[in-house]
Design a protein around this ligand. Structure first.
Ligand code: CU
Length: 119
């Protein structure tokens, strides 16, 4: 075996060894994610308050039942997502500390409000 081939095997081994902990971490995160169903209809979120455990990723399955588009927005969660009328979207929320995180439909901010309570 040539010297360069031995070297490249070592490099590949090092690269794989470096990637393994990342793969293990994302698998753990995927497993721990809390999935929440949330509907939007007549400019109202249903339920208006959702909750999730702290320090685990959250996946909000959002159904816009209105014919018009809406924009799911949360300043505290740093999320903005436009959802077309009569369609579904997935909103991924990073793991959060305990607290109350308000969200709105930015197009109807005064009436369309909700909150994610992390405990
Ligand atoms: Cu916005």
């Amino acid at each position: 075996m040539s010297r360069s081939r031995t070297l490249s095997k070592a490099v590949i081994f090092a690269a794989v060894a470096a990637l393994l902990p990342i793969a293990a971490t994302s698998a753990a995160n995927a497993q721990a994610a809390t999935e929440i169903q949330l509907s939007y209809k007549d400019k109202k979120f249903d339920p208006a308050e959702i909750s999730a455990p702290a320090n685990t990723p959250i996946v909000i399955k959002l159904k816009n039942l209105d014919a018009k588009p809406m924009e799911f927005e949360s300043k505290t969660l740093k999320i903005e997502k436009v959802v077309a009328g009569s369609s579904d979207a997935t909103v991924n929320v990073r793991a959060q500390k305990p607290g109350r995180y308000e969200f709105v439909d930015e197009y109807n901010e005064k009436v369309a409000r909700g909150a994610l309570v992390v405990k």
